[in-house]
Ligand binder design. Structure first.
Ligand code: SPV
Ligand code: MG
Length: 288
């Protein structure tokens, strides 16, 4: 299967990927013109009302990912957290996502169960470099024949281990066969990521998640070079929360739905997102 994400990266372009937590949000992301959809563990956990701490099972995440892939034509980048265990778990899990049609998988070098990256004071423990190299090799092998990109993610900066450790882990992961390196930072300014990118001499391009440092625009990312994928990792769920809070409060305040009706997507709009017209056309052809 042609991997549009691989082509975009190989062409030296910046792929801009945004999170979704269900097929509807994935379709909205595609319609807005994003290059891919991030099947975010954080967003799906939040959608279940749970912390992003390895509480959802791999099959819960896979089921939603599969449903998203079925509804979009753009590449899907699957957030596999730590790979749900050791390299054996990684092989099992990555194979399932590859067969489901994911364009890329991301596995991170934290211990299982993980804790979420951007929470202050969270438990951030990394596995040994050699152990993670084994996980990358297992992921590559499991994805072979599926044109799957394997993205290694280091949490060295999240764990406060410094840029030198992040660089050496990144190099070791590229050595083990990762196609790209996701470098995550929780700093409130882009300085740390900029410093990392400037010092990164690795063979593989970088992926960033600029949630904590939103000042880093796509134009600035392009100017830095080396970064080929930007993931906006939680903006679908945050936008949904803002919108629902506002509208729910307005309905309570107004004592009815009469005022908000004009301000929200129409029922016809939802019919369109459900592709109801295609079903009606099929009814005409097949129901007799
Ligand atoms: C996610 O969206 O699940 C991520 C990014 O992995 S973060 O939440 O910043 O760890
Ligand atoms: Mg995640």
């Amino acid at each position: 299967m042609a991997n549009a994400l691989r082509d975009k990266i190989a062409g030296g372009q910046l792929a801009v990927v945004i999170a979704a937590h269900n097929p509807l949000s994935a379709r909205l992301a595609e319609a807005a013109g994003f290059d891919g959809v991030w099947a975010s563990g954080f967003e799906l956990s939040a959608a279940y009302g749970l912390p992003d701490a390895s509480l959802l099972s791999f099959s819960q995440h896979l089921e939603m990912t599969r449903a998203m892939i079925e509804q979009i034509a753009v590449p899907l980048v699957a957030d596999l957290d730590t790979g749900y265990g050791n390299a054996i778990n990684v092989a099992h899990v990555v194979g399932a996502y590859a067969r489901a049609g994911a364009a890329a998988v991301v596995i991170e070098d934290k211990t299982f169960p993980k804790d979420t990256s951007l929470l202050s004071g969270a438990r951030q423990e990394l596995v040994r470099v050699e152990e993670f190299q084994g996980k990358i090799e297992a992921a590559r092998e499991a994805g072979a024949g599926h044109d799957l990109l394997v993205i290694a993610r280091t949490e060295a900066l999240i764990a406060d281990l410094g840029i030198a450790e992040a660089l050496s882990r990144g190099a070791a992961y590229a050595e083990a066969g990762a196609d790209l390196l996701l470098i995550h930072s929780k700093q409130k300014t882009p300085n740390e990521i900029v410093a990392f990118a400037e010092r990164w001499e690795g063979r593989v391009p970088l992926v960033i998640v600029p949630t904590a440092y939103p000042q880093l625009t796509e134009a600035k990312v392009k100017a830095l070079g080396k970064i080929r994928v930007v993931i906006y990792a939680n903006h679908a769920v945050r936008a949904a929360v803002t919108a629902m809070r506002e509208i729910f409060a307005a309905i309570r305040r107004d004592g009815g739905i009469h005022e908000v009706d004009r301000r929200i997507a129409s029922v016809e709009d939802i019919f369109e997102l459900q592709r109801v017209a295609a079903m009606k056309a099929a009814e005409k052809r097949y129901l007799r």
